[in-house]
Write a protein that binds this ligand. Structure first.
Ligand code: ADQ
Length: 478
């Protein structure tokens, strides 16, 4: 029997990677990421356990301990990976929750496997959680876990955080097993969202679909109260600032500028290659500005990093073809020998290399059609120290609620995107620094550790039946 913990995190992925040492030995090491950084202190303090999939298919490795965290792997077969993860999670729920910017695909067998895998995660949590423990379930792949877990272990404090948007009622109602998903989430004591609007969508949906009563942010379910609130996630700001100030990163940034031919303006995009991120529309805006003569190749260069993502899902294969065609078109029409207009990099990078790109870039373009938060926008801002730099940011990214000093744009309006990009390129240094400073101050007080604490404090209050702030949907308001 596994050792029991008073704090348990349940997420699709474990925060670990298997690596081969120079001596040829297979070893686990923690993978860098905001969530694990934020939760590490809480996990080590409470002998915490992280439950998740370790990658690979077939049998899962035995539970083990790494850097003070108990790692509890959950197995997935190849067929489960295809149906639960690629299918139901990434071809049904992901597009539906992102305003259906791609058409969601609905398949019965995907739903059945999603249910089965969620049950497996819930059983693992029920096994490792100590009496009265706190269990924090993460994200859209595991929405049924809270109710399944409550059924097995009514003594637990159960929190859920959704990293992606929660759609308006009209869209959510498309989902074939919609009531089951909603009941799944309602198994929690606290359901956290990135945005206030998402929390509102959720409480209204509970009334609309299940006829439940709510008051403020609190829904009445089977004699219990379920709280909903907004908890905008953030980054490890100090670490990002430290990285950007590192002399090696600074030197690499200069090198990147030189390698790009020391242009006046470097325009950067960094995204997972995902159709929600608005990569195509950004490229198109750049092409039109070159065609209009408003930007010139040589003076301005665009670098688009598009991290490989979900490559076996059809929507993603189609997107890759479209983005690469657009890059080819721009370079074909506007590039010169040795001077391409767009540098396209379909690769993963280390945090150091990404930081160097952020330091090198004059304009960062973050133009998603819909995004829960968007951490790239926050990372860029925290890397700029006192050097200015401009952030062009979609109003449809969660980050836009906090980063009002960015050059905001509506990604559905090509002229609006072009206008924001031109304003960013042409802005005075003094103005850019002023805008950056306001956003940087915000990120120093609203980092990922503060996010985790705020959520966990609210979960404790919700589970103990205390009402922290009646009629507020904003977990951050205190
Ligand atoms: P994502 O959709 O993955 O996250 P985002 O928030 O931008 O989007 O996070 C991406 C992360 O990956 C960033 O930390 C970035 O530095 C890193 N990254 C991107 N490209 C990389 C590359 N080529 N190499 C290495 N690292 C790279 C989901 C939601 C978001 C929400 C987060 C957190 O879709 O809206 O902000 O979860 O809740």
């Amino acid at each position: 029997m596994a050792e029991r913990s008073s704090f348990v995190v349940v997420a699709n992925r474990l925060p670990v990677d298997e690596v081969t040492t120079p001596g040829g030995e297979r070893q686990w090491r923690t993978s860098p990421g905001g969530l694990v950084t934020a939760l590490h202190p809480v996990l080590t303090e409470h002998g915490g356990t992280w439950i998740g999939w370790a990658g690979g298919t077939g049998d899962a490795p035995d539970p083990f301990e790494l850097e003070g965290i108990r790692i509890h792997p959950v197995p997935l077969s190849a067929e489960e990976l295809e149906r639960y993860y690629e299918g139901q999670s990434n071809a049904t729920i992901w597009p539906l929750y992102h305003d259906a910017v791609e058409t969601p695909v609905y398949k019965r067998r995907w739903r059945e496997t999603y249910r089965l895998v969620n049950q497996r995660f819930a059983e693992a949590a029920a096994e490792v959680a100590d009496d009265g423990a706190t269990v924090w379930v993460q994200d859209y792949q595991l929405q049924l876990v809270p109710a399944m877990l409550r059924e097995l272990r009514p003594d637990l404090k159960i929190g859920f955080f959704l990293h992606i948007p929660f759609p308006p009622i009209e869209l959510f109602m498309q989902m074939p097993f919609r009531a089951e998903v909603l009941r799944g989430l309602l198994g929690s004591d606290l359901v956290g969202f990135q945005q206030r609007l998402a929390a509102q969508n959720f409480v209204r949906l509970a009334r609309h679909l299940l006829g439940l009563r709510y008051e403020g942010q609190s829904i009445q379910v089977d004699g219990r109260k379920v709280k909903a609130g907004a908890f905008p996630i953030s980054i490890d700001t100090k670490e990002m600032e430290r990285l950007a100030a590192d002399p090696k990163v600074q030197a690499r940034a200069k090198e990147i500028r030189a390698e790009l031919g020391d242009p006046k303006t470097i325009i950067l995009g960094v995204d997972r290659l995902d159709y929600t991120k608005g990569i195509e529309l950004r490229l198109k805006a750049f092409r039109e500005l070159l065609a209009d003569g408003k930007l010139k190749v040589g003076d301005a260069v665009m670098v688009q990093v598009a991290t490989p993502s979900r490559e076996r899902v059809e929507h993603y294969q189609t997107l890759r073809v479209k983005v690469e065609r657009e890059v080819g078109r721009i370079n074909g029409e506007f590039g010169r020998v040795g001077v391409p207009a767009v540098h396209y990099l379909h690769q993963s990078y280390s945090k150091q290399e990404l930081a160097a790109m952020y330091v090198a870039a004059d304009v960062m373009m973050v133009t998603p059609l819909r995004d829960g938060m968007n951490l790239v926008a926050k990372e860029y801002v925290s890397c700029r120290a006192d050097t200015g730099g401009a952030l062009v940011l979609s109003e449809f990214a969660g980050a836009a609620t906090e980063m009002r000093q960015a050059f905001l744009c509506n990604p559905h309006d090509p002229d609006g995107v072009k206008d924001a990009l031109l304003r960013a390129v042409g802005a005075e240094q003094s103005e850019l620094k002023r805008r950056m400073r306001v956003m940087q101050r915000h990120l120093r007080t609203h980092d990922v550790a503060q996010w985790a604490h705020t959520f966990l404090d609210a979960l404790k209050e919700a589970a103990e039946g205390r009402d922290p702030e009646p009629h507020s949907l904003d977990g951050q308001s205190t």
